[in-house]
Ligand binder design. Sequence first.
Ligand SMILES: [Zn+2]
Ligand SMILES: [Zn+2]
Length: 135
Amino acid sequence: MGVKIRKSKQRNRILEVLQSSRNHVTANWIYDELRPEFPSVSLGNVYRNLNILVDQGLVNRLGFGSNVDLYEAVREPHYHFVCDRCGAVEDVRVPEDLQHRVESRISRDYGHVVTSKSVEFHGICRACRADGVTM
Ligand SMILES: [Zn+2]
Ligand SMILES: [Zn+2]
């Protein structure tokens, strides 16, 4: 009983931490955030709670082809830009009319109905460009 309560308290805290951050963070980062408040928390607890939050549709897990998953609280639909040099991940928005046009084209040209999409933009981020990095 006590264990159950403590775990859902940790889970609520994880959700709060994610909701108050605009960043895309690792389970390790969350673990470090929680430790001062929950000294007995383990990385395994963090992963278990993240899996539950993902199943509940409250948190997104992002892979980006790397071996470290990133997490973010679910909010307005958006896409991601991933810097191939420094690994930075930034939210990007695509105007709705543009998205709608792409979906209409897929429907018209292929006869499919689009119900969801997952788009990932890769390249060199603003900060790396300022460092003089080019393709
Ligand atoms: Zn970069
Ligand atoms: Zn995002």
